[in-house]
Design a protein around this ligand. Structure first.
Ligand code: C2O
Ligand code: CU
Length: 466
């Protein structure tokens, strides 16, 4: 079996599709009101009819259990680390209390093997979030410890039958269709596009089939948990509308502003789909030579009158005050294609040889470093503008912890019309983008590329709100 992107369709057509069981809140609370999440190794088949792979999971499967809470409710999770290396859980996109942000080495000590840590926080915004390991993330997240965190609106919206979570991962499988252990940590990935896979799963399944009824409105929550793959999707083909980006609902559902729609690592998009009679459709990844369908939707039944579409209300986020803002510039350099000049690492110039030894290939403002290097300090309540200048030949998925931001300006592009709130955004090669947010959450917050090999290879910094 030769696995490469060109063979996807052939293999896909022959392999039996798996029915997708809906996600359930399968986690029972313990007596003291905690949910228990155990990081542990497990065996799971990642490719149709292939032997199982040893992967890392939460509670025995990848993705781990869906955590569902109501907006404003406390989330109490007892994390138990049964892996052989230290770990922690980050609640991606949640405007969380700093001590609960789960960043090993910044907001907490990594939880050692056999030890536990109790997370206890309030989820202030309704929407689609996720949780994942946050220690040596390129290695850990790449092996599977992540899961969806759904914060439900306090008012009635889509019921559980019409609310479908799709956790999408990109795996690099070997000739046997098993997780390719040996290809982790390759210099070529770290200095180029990150570790890209050759197979896509949805909720841990290959090519699932999902049954929908004609004429009924559905909310599809897409979460891209890939280490580095930006999914190229085209939901305009089945007339999907966007309800929310990165958990934050838009004032009104809109059509995709451009095609294909790029969903980077860590980004989420909530789609509104009203299936048409007899019109099955697929979600496809379009970046390869041929489209790669990775989920099929079967439409049954007849349309029964006009649909009544639930309305989502935007969360209450404080608007940035651009007239009284402090601007910080983040100059992104490095990477392959001849852009690796003038970088330092641990105070010394980073030459070719040092680069290979340290595996540092990217820099923020000239410094390739892991969180030792602070970016700025902001006063609580201050509006911060970050002007990011991507002086590399690669796109990056820039993520800010603890805050959502508005994309204020993007050079040469109008794709962000309506200035959506996001927690992760894709900056194109050689592009400059301005984001703005109110630094209203005290503490130390990471800012990094969510292409996890890039984050490990220099694209990580942090700022403090005091
Ligand atoms: Cu999902 Cu530091 O990130
Ligand atoms: Cu990057």
């Amino acid at each position: 079996m030769n696995l490469n992107r060109r063979n996807f369709c052939k293999l896909g057509a022959g392999a039996a599709a798996a029915a997708l069981a809906p996600y359930h809140f399968a986690l029972a609370q313990t007596e003291d009101g905690f949910l228990e999440i155990r990081a542990q190794k497990a065996e799971q088949s990642l490719y149709p009819n292939s032997p199982r792979s040893t992967i890392w999971t939460y509670n025995g499967t990848t993705p781990g259990p869906e955590i569902r809470v109501k907006q404003g409710e406390r989330v109490k999770v007892r994390f138990i680390n049964e892996l052989d290396e230290p770990s922690s859980i980050h609640w991606h996109g949640v405007r969380i209390e700093n001590a609960m942000d789960g960043v090993s080495g910044l907001t907490q000590n990594a939880v050692k093997p056999g030890e536990r840590f109790e997370y206890d926080f309030v989820a202030p915004d309704a929407g689609t979030y996720w949780y994942h390991a946050h220690n040596r993330s390129w290695n850990q997240v790449g092996r599977g410890p992540y899961g969806p965190l759904i914060v439900e609106e306090p008012y009635p919206t889509f019921d559980s039958e019409h609310d479908i979570t799709l956790v999408i991962d990109d795996w690099l499988l070997d000739q046997n269709g098993q997780f390719d252990e040996g290809s982790m940590g390759m210099m070529m990935d770290w200095s180029h596009a990150g570790r890209l896979g050759n197979w896509i799963t949805v909720n841990g399944k290959s090519m699932p089939e999902i049954d929908l009824r004609a004429g009924e409105p559905y909310r599809l929550r897409l979460i891209n948990v890939s280490n580095a793959r930006t999914l190229e999707l085209d939901p305009n083909r089945f007339e999907a509308k966007i309800l929310a980006f990165d958990g934050q609902p838009l004032p009104e559902p809109i059509s995709m502003p451009y095609e294909p729609y790029l969903l980077s690592s860590a980004q989420r998009v909530d789609l509104l789909v009203i299936p048409k009679e007899g019109q099955d459709f697929v979600l496809e990844e379009l970046s390869g030579n041929k489209p790669f369908p990775f989920a099929t939707f079967r439409v049954t039944g007849k349309v029964n009158g006009a649909p009544s579409v639930p309305v989502l209300k935007p969360n209450a986020l404080t608007e940035p005050d651009l007239n009284a803002a402090t601007t910080h510039r983040l100059h992104i350099t490095g990477g392959a294609m001849g852009r690796m000049g003038n970088m330092t690492y641990k105070g010394a110039p980073l030459g070719r040889q040092e680069m290979m030894q340290s595996m540092q290939f990217w820099a923020f403002n000239g410094v390739a470093n892991l969180p030792e290097q602070q970016f700025f300090t902001a006063k609580r309540g201050e509006t911060v503008i970050i002007e990011m200048i991507n002086d590399t030949a690669w796109p990056h998925a820039m993520h800010v912890h603890g805050h959502h931001f508005r994309i204020e300006e993007r050079e040469g592009s109008t794709i962000d019309e309506g200035r959506p709130w996001k927690d992760t955004f894709l900056i194109g090669p050689s592009q400059t983008t301005k984001i703005a947010f109110v630094a209203d959450n005290p503490g130390q917050w990471l800012l990094h590329c969510h292409m996890l090999e890039h984050a490990a290879a220099g694209m990580t910094t942090w700022f403090e709100v005091v």
